[in-house]
Design a protein around this ligand. Structure first.
Ligand SMILES: Nc1ncnc2c1ncn2[C@@H]1O[C@H](COP(=O)(O)OP(=O)(O)O)[C@@H](O)[C@H]1O
Ligand SMILES: [Mg+2]
Length: 572
């Protein structure tokens, strides 16, 4: 709520404009019935027909100006809605980007998309259009009541008695709308999630013939959305019907009471017409009240969900120290990572990867290799022990210093929907020379296929561009790491999608980059065999360590892996 006020304060000019024109609009609108009263009393009943145009023309002018004022008011309130949405969306998206991996495990992309779109739209609409409409109703009701009493106090009685009843009724039935709106906004998030999941895994869906199940899954959410929407509509219908009935009774009583007075000669015909007009002007806002309260309830539900994102503080926090030069030195000092269920994903892992050296990591799937890479990048923090880059604990460094000395090539390659050049350039912010770029691509065995593309390095790849094969993508992301110029490269199963031939080429290039410090996580012996140190992980523990020769001599897991991968070769 405080956050909303902060955003709203920035839009104060628009709010002011809207309110000024809203007051003008209400004031002019209230003149209408008075002109009609004059026409009836003076021109028709009083017989002064010559006065007709001197009343009718100003009346037309007033109507036109009312329209203009209303236009400005509505337009500025729409502007507020849009501006509020922009502010909120910006802050929410920035806050999402700042989150750590724990957050993204708990909040799926579909849900986050729904929050940044649907929920923010709801809140924006309410803080702009709906809020001003509410103010308009208040001003309108107060001023119209005043006009009504001024014309004829006794004619005002039905409106003044029945109006509060309608308002109270509307407020009493409100809380249930809150819960339904809440559920409905969750339904939208679920639908989004279901759709993103099915669509991003569309090939798997089709390959396993799961179209029907997926569409059923989506439909379940869709139906739940329908159910909650219908319930809300039902609630609304229940609101509006008695209110409309009361509004009609109010109008009927006003005509009845005024009619009696006219017959008795206490009221003119023009006053009767004015009283009826004012009373019906008081009826519609009461009916809108129900709609307004539903909108407020929806906005409150959405705001709560957005606040949850904005208030969540990333567990990975910036340290104080900043460094600008990196050598690639990385040390794990008795690192243990325990997950929620008490299982140790890593158990007392220590190694020192000195600048310019290469560390090979092998181990079965699930043994904790990727976890080591994640810890090194400080995507997560260890439960015990410490990780030092350049001799400084990662927790003491700011996140930029903790990460910018390292480039990671992950298992699941990700490329941006952009040109190859700009993909390769990611670590350098557009400062890369073309020859550095090409050299990196050559080292990653990517240059040949890139040159063959129609537009070479300027080819747009990804969703809206040329599709690349898994191996090609992997080579581009390896080239990106080379091009980043960062001294420590972490390859997490980065050559798994390459054929033996290409893998050899890339490995030769990697060896060529001897000035780099490298952590190579791999399944194939060939990838790690030349490393200065190789560690073998098993269930998070280092079970063997040494270089190729000493591990072979040990005749343990490494030796056995070697024998399965090179059964025909002589052991050296
Ligand atoms: N944050 C986490 N919460 C729970 N389990 C995790 C977490 N991170 C990793 N794991 C588990 O830790 C184990 C090691 O994972 P990972 O490092 O990805 O293995 P590898 O890369 O060697 O295949 C797996 O069993 C995985 O399910
Ligand atoms: Mg892994």
């Amino acid at each position: 709520m405080r956050r909303l006020l902060r955003y709203a304060r920035r839009q104060w000019k628009l709010y002011l404009t809207s309110i000024v024109f809203l007051v003008i609009g209400v004031y002019l609108n209230a003149l209408g019935p008075r002109y009609i009263k004059d026409i009836i009393d003076k021109c028709i009943v009083g017989g002064q027909g010559n006065l007709f145009f001197s009343i009718a023309i100003p009346m037309l002018v007033v109507y036109i100006i009312t329209g203009i004022a209303k236009y400005i008011q509505e337009f500025s309130s729409d502007c507020i809605s849009s501006a509020m949405q922009r502010c909120m969306r910006e802050e929410t998206f920035r806050s999402i980007l700042a989150e750590d991996q724990y957050f993204f495990r708990d909040n799926n992309p579909g849900e986050l998309m729904s929050r940044t779109k649907q929920d923010i739209e709801t809140v924006g609409f309410t803080t702009g259009f709906i809020a001003l409409f509410f103010i308009e109703i208040v001003v309108h009701v107060v001023y119209m009541s005043y006009c009504l009493i001024k014309i004829n106090p006794s004619g005002a009685i039905p409106a003044l008695v029945i109006m509060p009843i309608i308002a109270v009724l509307a407020i009493i039935s409100e809380p249930r709308g809150d819960k339904l709106s809440d559920k409905r906004s969750d339904d939208i998030a679920d639908m989004n999630q279901s759709a993103t999941e099915s669509l991003s895994g569309i090939r798997t869906v089709k390959a396993f013939g799961r179209e029907r199940e997926e569409s059923a899954r989506f439909d379940r959410r869709n139906r739940s959305f329908l159910k909650h929407s219908l319930k809300l509509d039902y609630l609304w219908a229940n609101w509006i019907t008695p209110m409309e009935a009361l509004a009609r009774i109010m109008l009927y009583l006003a005509i009845l009471l005024s009619g009696i007075q006219v017959i008795r000669g206490n009221m003119t015909l023009g006053e009767l017409s004015a009283v009826t007009s004012y009373t019906s002007e008081l009826a519609w806002p009461m009916m809108e009240l129900g709609w307004l309260l539903t909108e407020f309830a929806a906005a409150r539900a959405s705001l709560r969900k957005i606040s949850k994102i904005l208030d969540s503080k990333p567990k990975i926090k910036d340290g104080e120290k900043h460094i600008d030069s990196f050598t690639g030195d990385l040390e794990f000092d008795h690192v243990t990572l325990e997950v929620a269920d008490g299982r140790k994903v890593l158990d007392d892992v220590s190694f020192h990867l000195k600048s310019g050296k290469t560390l090979g990591i092998m181990g079965a799937t699930g043994s904790g290799k990727t976890t080591i890479a994640n810890l090194a990048m400080r995507f997560i923090d260890p439960t015990d022990g410490s990780i030092r880059s350049e001799g400084i604990d990662l927790k003491e460094l700011d996140l930029a210093s903790a990460r910018s000395g390292k480039a990671i090539v992950t298992q699941d390659t990700f490329l941006f929907s952009d040109t190859i050049t700009s993909n390769l350039d990611k670590g350098q912010k557009g400062l890369l020379e073309q020859d550095v770029l090409e050299q990196s691509a050559k080292d990653a065995a990517a240059h040949d296929f890139i040159s063959k593309l129609a537009e070479g390095y300027e080819t747009v790849i990804g969703e809206k561009g040329v599709g690349l094969s898994g191996g090609q993508k992997q080579r581009v992301s390896i080239a990106r790491a080379f091009a980043s110029g960062r001294p420590l490269l972490i390859f997490d199963d980065a050559t798994s999608a390459l054929d033996m031939e290409t893998e050899k080429k890339v490995q030769k290039a990697i060896r060529h980059h001897r000035n780099l410090t490298m952590m190579i996580i791999a399944h194939r012996i060939s990838a790690v065999r030349d490393a200065d140190e190789i560690i073998i992980l098993d269930h998070g523990k280092i079970v063997e360590r040494g270089n190729h020769e000493s591990l072979m001599a040990l005749k343990g897991i490494y030796y056995k892996t070697y024998m399965t991968q090179y059964p025909e070769e002589e052991v050296i």
